[in-house]
Design a protein around this ligand. Structure first.
Ligand code: ADP
Ligand code: MG
Length: 231
């Protein structure tokens, strides 16, 4: 099918890029990590060592992602285990907390009373939600109307036997053309975008037998829904 050939193209291109880029990106990451370690004592002094820990964790994750998505071009072969969807939403929110505060954006969480747990690959699911959160933050920065406060609603809800995660922003929204193409690899409307984020999200969600859908109004905002069918 056309989608498969686009996927193949995506993988082949990434394989080629990988050879040249992986080492080049890993080196600066190592340098940044080194300097962060040097800063740690000062942050401990003012009780903010959590920040440096998060930054180092993120560097590690970036390094791993480069390895997984560029070098292997297939998602990591982590053995699936029982995961808590609420915990994944909490963890990924925390990672963007700092950036959201700096950009004056509120991330509002809400969780199901009952724990939602099922067997999944938690690294991959985190990757999905981080990509979606990043897009939401960027969409808020990109909107024309700066009078409204930036808000991201990021929550879990059970609908019958479906576990649902919603990420809703009041950012720039999308036009018809973008809505039609947003899951295609390399489709981006951003100056510095890669257009890889959502195609990776879709692939991972489908590998988890879930669905990802989107509703968007240009100038008003966007809502992504990820649904997992539980037994
Ligand atoms: P990138 O973020 O690098 O552009 P993505 O695959 O993550 O690539 O997204 C593809 C495109 O989909 C974006 O360039 C943007 O036009 C659109 N998009 C994705 N998420 C949102 C959102 N929350 N609000 C508005 N547009 C979005
Ligand atoms: Mg993106």
């Amino acid at each position: 099918s056309q989608t498969d050939s686009i996927k193949d193209y995506h993988y082949q291109t990434i394989d080629k890029l990988a050879v040249g880029i992986v080492h080049e990106i890993r080196n600066p990451l190592t340098v940044v990590g080194g300097f962060l370690q040097l800063l740690k004592p000062y942050l401990i002094e003012i009780g903010k060592e959590q920040y440096v820990d998060i930054a180092l964790e993120e560097l590690k994750r970036a390094d791993q992602l480069i390895y997984e998505f560029l070098n292997e071009s297939k998602p990591s072969e982590q053995t699936p285990k029982r995961i808590s969807l609420n915990q994944i939403v909490k963890d990924t929110s925390l990672l963007y907390e700092c950036e959201a505060i700096l950009k004056n954006i509120t991330i509002r969480n809400r969780f199901t009373d009952e724990e939602i747990d099922f067997v999944a690959n938690d690294k991959q699911l985190k990757q999905v939600f981080l990509n979606l959160l990043k897009n939401a933050l960027e969409a808020i920065e990109l909107r024309q109307d700066k009078s409204r406060n930036g808000i991201i609603d990021y929550y879990t809800v059970m609908e019958e036997n479906r576990a649902v995660v919603v990420i809703k922003d009041n950012g720039c929204g999308m036009n018809e053309q973008t809505l039609r193409n947003l899951f295609l690899p390399f489709h981006t409307t951003k100056d510095t975008g890669t257009g890889v984020g959502l195609s990776v999200c879709k692939r991972i969600i489908e590998e988890h037998h879930g669905t990802i859908t989107v509703e968007s109004t240009e100038g008003f905002g966007t809502m992504f829904r990820i649904e997992f069918h539980l037994r």
